[in-house]
Design a protein around this ligand. Structure first.
Ligand code: SF4
Length: 338
């Protein structure tokens, strides 16, 4: 997750809520991608460190537990600088230029000069983030699948150039149990359900649209934002019937409301039996129920505790990443030993 500031409900439903479940099933690594932030925000880095702490707090508020998973800061793990350089040597330029988000982001962020080596190379950084942990699965939504596919291609190319060295050479660094695997296994996508979550203006909830409900928004702010949220445009007067399938508030109900409330919305909206204010009140009640426990959890962490969690996680990540890097250096014959 990039450190772009406090996270919002779209981030929670699209990623965090799922990660919280995954930490009980897998050995998980979650990090704050401050090096990725540099690819677009290199001209002003003043917000990156404070935002890193905010995102870490949101991770913990959502329920990520440092006893169950590793939470770390990308730039605190030196191997995240080393592997991209090595993988950059073998990644054809054409692969980077065809990444769909490359052109799209350049157009969307027209106020920033993104004709940089770092921005073009961010998929290599991303591939390294994944491959450093010899990852089996990457939990992503549909829109991120192309990045994992590129990571698989980079891994395949690496493994073709640099097959794993023979059994004997590995005994010295204690990796004999992985001897049958390629150095950089190709990761698989673990498709995560990401429900359609509209922002207050009806477009996809996104920080860049300024239409978010933040994980830290107090109850009165949530209710206020809901009050001004757009509804089915066909429902101009209270007496007009509406359609929850054409209303962003209806979409929020589908994600956060019980079947009973949903039935009341369906019936009341289509018959003009309820007003939009009442309907928005119900969804606000449910959002507050989701947000309150997270906000209470967040308040339980001091800044010093968060820093300690990140330092400890970064240390654990470094240890794991170094295991991979030893194999990478050996396979590439970038070592004078052996
Ligand atoms: S009643 Fe609810 S679902 Fe129907 S238009 Fe109003 S806010 Fe949307």
């Amino acid at each position: 997750m990039r450190p772009t500031g406090k996270l919002h409900l779209g981030n929670y439903m699209g990623a965090l809520a799922n990660w919280v479940k995954l930490q009980d099933k897998y050995e998980c690594y979650f990090f704050i991608a401050d090096l990725h932030a540099l690819t677009t925000d290199y001209a002003d880095t003043s917000k990156i460190a404070p935002n890193t702490l905010e995102v870490a707090l949101d991770f913990l508020a959502a329920g990520l537990d440092p006893k169950k998973c590793t939470i770390f800061v990308q730039s605190h793990v030196d191997q995240h600088y080393e592997l991209p350089l090595l993988l950059g040597m073998i990644t054809p330029l054409g692969w980077l230029e065809r990444v769909p988000s490359y052109k799209e982001m350049q157009e969307n962020l027209a106020n920033k000069d993104l004709t940089t080596y770092g921005f073009l190379g961010y998929p290599v950084l991303m591939a390294s983030d994944i491959l450093l942990y010899q990852t089996d699965f990457v939990p992503v939504g549909q829109d991120q699948q192309a990045h994992v596919e590129l990571t698989r291609e980079v891994a395949r190319r690496f493994n073709q150039f640099y097959p794993r060295a023979s059994h004997g050479e590995y005994e010295g660094i204690g990796q004999v149990e992985h001897i049958h695997l390629p150095v950089l296994p190709e990761p698989k996508v673990l498709l995560t359900p990401s429900p359609k979550l509209p922002g207050t203006d009806g477009r996809k909830m996104s920080k860049s649209y300024g239409n978010t409900i933040q994980m830290t928004d107090p109850e009165d702010v949530v209710r206020q934002k809901l009050k001004t949220m757009v509804t089915d445009p066909a429902r101009v007067r209270r007496t007009d019937a509406g359609d929850p399938d054409k209303c962003p508030v209806g979409d929020l109900h589908k994600v956060f409301s019980t079947p009973e409330t949903m039935a009341k919305v369906e019936q009341g909206c289509r018959s003009a039996g309820i007003g939009c204010i009442e309907c928005k009140g119900w969804v606000a009640d449910n959002l507050v129920k989701v947000l309150k426990p997270m906000q209470e959890r967040r308040a339980g962490f001091s800044e010093a505790q968060v820093k300690e969690i990140l330092e400890d996680g970064s240390r654990r990540a470094r240890d794991r990443a170094e295991q991979t890097m030893q194999q990478v250096r050996l396979a590439m014959q970038m070592t004078l030993s052996g």
